[in-house]
Design a protein around this ligand. Structure first.
Ligand code: ZN
Length: 88
């Protein structure tokens, strides 16, 4: 049982080693920060503060969740601003 599970996880990784990861955007955190997941091995990446791609660790997941909240509240505020400015 244990052997098969290891093998199953190993094959997609092998595939990625040979052909490279196939990252797909799974979440847009802000305009610049996105989360990516490899469709083969499920490895997750995110955009770091300097714009490069790094592994999505639980710590970065937390940071992204906070970023997303800030980003969304800013969006809400700018939407309100736009509505207000369109009235006046
Ligand atoms: Zn992969």
């Amino acid at each position: 049982m244990k052997k098969t599970t290891t093998k199953q996880a190993f094959i997609p990784k092998m595939y990625c080693n040979l052909f490279g990861h196939d990252y797909q955007v799974t979440k847009k955190v802000t305009y610049h920060v996105k989360e990516y997941t490899c469709s083969h091995c499920k490895k997750q990446l995110t955009t770091s503060s300097n714009g490069s791609l790094i592994e999505l660790t639980p710590k970065f997941k937390e940071i992204n969740a906070i970023l997303e909240r800030i980003h969304n509240s800013r969006m809400e505020r700018s939407k309100e601003k736009r509505i207000v400015s369109s009235i006046y």
